[in-house]
Design a protein around this ligand. Structure first.
Ligand code: FAD
Length: 448
């Protein structure tokens, strides 16, 4: 693993320089912004991406690295199927080893109720011809040998993949630059420049860049920037804790999860671990503002949430974070270049203990790195991918709700085509922004 998590002390890899104008400006250098830039540059579109901190330093490097079709929302599944193909193409094209491996994803069942719940996805999987299937209790032991707990069975998708996110997304950014994209790190977008209801550029801390099309792909920060321009999206972020073990013998090459633990084999011979249901929501103004829209999620609890009274200072939904600011002064975005939450100590000790209990033959588990990330979520656990109705030339791709890494290149390809006025290739109505204001009921997607 490189020095991880990424920090402001890391040297700038993408210095720009920022041009005076571009056809398209992308705000945010996570997997969504980077892959959109890549697919635009591939078509010869002049595109500049601005990133307030470092490429992939927030969610896009901190995630588990699962690229899964299994358990997806029915409307996301066609996009993630395309994304899996794109990941394979990009891994070959970028010329770097991003750790892409087809080692499968498995959901372990602790009860017959879990097995029944898995069956609902089998119907969706069958419609798309993917290889998801149920596994008996006996076969689960063979699939993942050495587990001390007895499971009622499992659901598995052998064609699902994994990659090393902290390697993959910077590698894709390098590929985007080779194709002609300009990427400027350490460059916060403070404000959109809007004339007569149309985007005319972006005001950044390095000056103004003229552009008639702007994409906001700012992860957990998107709603803060959009709100400044009168667009309200019910986005909240939840803290999720992760740990990386030292290298250990291989018990399973893929990824697996139950309600207590998630684990994935890493390319360096360790495992990436996360505690089951250990996410925390910091209560802030947006949590109150959007509470009603989150009621279905509260009952179903797809994020496995606990609650904390207030976010640390400088977080997107902290009580003291300004909701408006002058474009010629420092903005909240450059005040916090990298959102780097402290991991939950309780979550870390629980996940270490759970892994030791699950695989006693592996012996004591030594954690070499621990971190947390803020997952940007929407009330129905599916993203927003849409044009803004009130500002011409503005597009939004955000709220990936804890599964944006795997689907990332699919969304990037779609948004690049929307920007070029090409067909999206998929039905995007589920991901429209107006679903939160047009009276539609909240239709919950599957849990994270
Ligand atoms: C712990 C954890 C585990 C996860 N596991 C998985 C998984 O296994 N599989 C999976 O598919 N997904 C997973 N996810 C979710 C996935 O990581 C995210 O959905 C995805 O990375 C989101 O990408 P993004 O580009 O939308 O946002 P981000 O990666 O958060 O990037 C947004 C970027 O925008 C920048 N930015 C924001 N505002 C501005 C501004 N005004 N100016 C300039 N730059 C700005 C930020 O600095 C940031 O770098 C996980 C997430 C976490 C946190």
């Amino acid at each position: 693993m490189p020095s991880f998590p990424f920090s402001e002390a890391d040297p700038i890899q993408f210095p720009g320089p920022m041009p005076k104008s571009a056809d398209v400006v992308i705000i945010g250098g996570g997997v969504i912004g980077v892959t959109t830039a890549l697919y635009l540059a591939d078509k010869g579109v002049s595109v500049t991406l601005v990133e307030k901190g470092r490429i992939a330093a927030e969610q896009s490097s901190r995630n588990w690295g699962w690229i899964r079709k299994q358990g997806r929302d029915a409307d996301e599944l066609p996009i993630v199927i395309e994304a899996c193909r794109l990941w394979q193409e990009l891994a070959a094209e970028c010329g770097e080893d991003i750790g892409l491996n087809q080692t499968g994803v498995t959901y372990l069942a602790n009860s017959d109720k879990d097995m029944t719940a898995f069956e609902a996805f089998l119907k969706i999987a069958a419609l798309h011809g993917i290889d998801t299937h149920l596994v008996t209790a006996a076969d689960t032991k063979t699939l993942i040998p050495g587990m001390a707990r007895k499971f009622h069975g499992a659901m598995t998708t052998p064609s699902d993949m994994r990659a090393e996110p902290w390697v993959a997304v910077p590698a894709l950014a390098r590929l985007a630059v080779r194709k002609g994209a300009v990427i400027v790190e350490n460059c916060a977008a403070r404000s959109l420049d809007i004339s007569a209801g149309k985007v005319s550029g972006v005001i950044t801390e390095q000056g103004r860049i003229a552009a008639s099309t702007v994409l906001i792909a700012g992860g957990a920060w998107s709603s803060l920037l959009l709100r400044k321009h009168g667009i309200s999206i019910p986005q909240l972020s939840v803290r999720s804790t992760v740990a990386a073990t030292e290298a250990m013998p291989e018990v399973h090459a893929g990824a697996a999860v139950d309600e207590h633990i998630a684990f994935r084999r890493r390319q360096d011979g360790g495992y990436t671990l996360a505690p089951g249901g250990g996410s925390s929501l910091y209560i802030g103004p947006d949590a109150f503002r959007h509470a009603i829209k989150y009621l279905p999620a509260l009952f179903d609890n797809p994020f496995g949430l606990g609650y904390l009274p207030a976010a640390p200072s400088g977080y997107p939904d902290a009580w003291t974070t300004p909701r408006n600011w002058d474009a010629d002064a420092q903005s909240p975005f450059e005040r916090m270049r990298i959102l780097n939450p402290a991991p939950s100590q309780k979550g870390l000790s629980s996940v270490k203990r759970e892994f030791e209990l699950l695989f006693p033959d592996l012996g004591p588990v030594r954690l070499k790195t621990t971190w947390a990330g803020m997952i940007d979520a929407m009330p129905d656990v599916v993203p927003v991918v849409d044009r803004a109705q009130t500002i011409d030339g503005l597009l939004i791709a955000t709220g990936m709700s804890g599964h944006g890494f795997g689907i990332g290149p699919g969304i990037g390809r779609i948004v690049a085509d929307l920007i070029q006025n090409n067909a999206a290739g998929h039905d995007l109505s589920r991901f429209r922004l107006s679903r939160f204001s047009d009276g539609s009921p909240i239709r919950l997607g599957p849990a994270l």
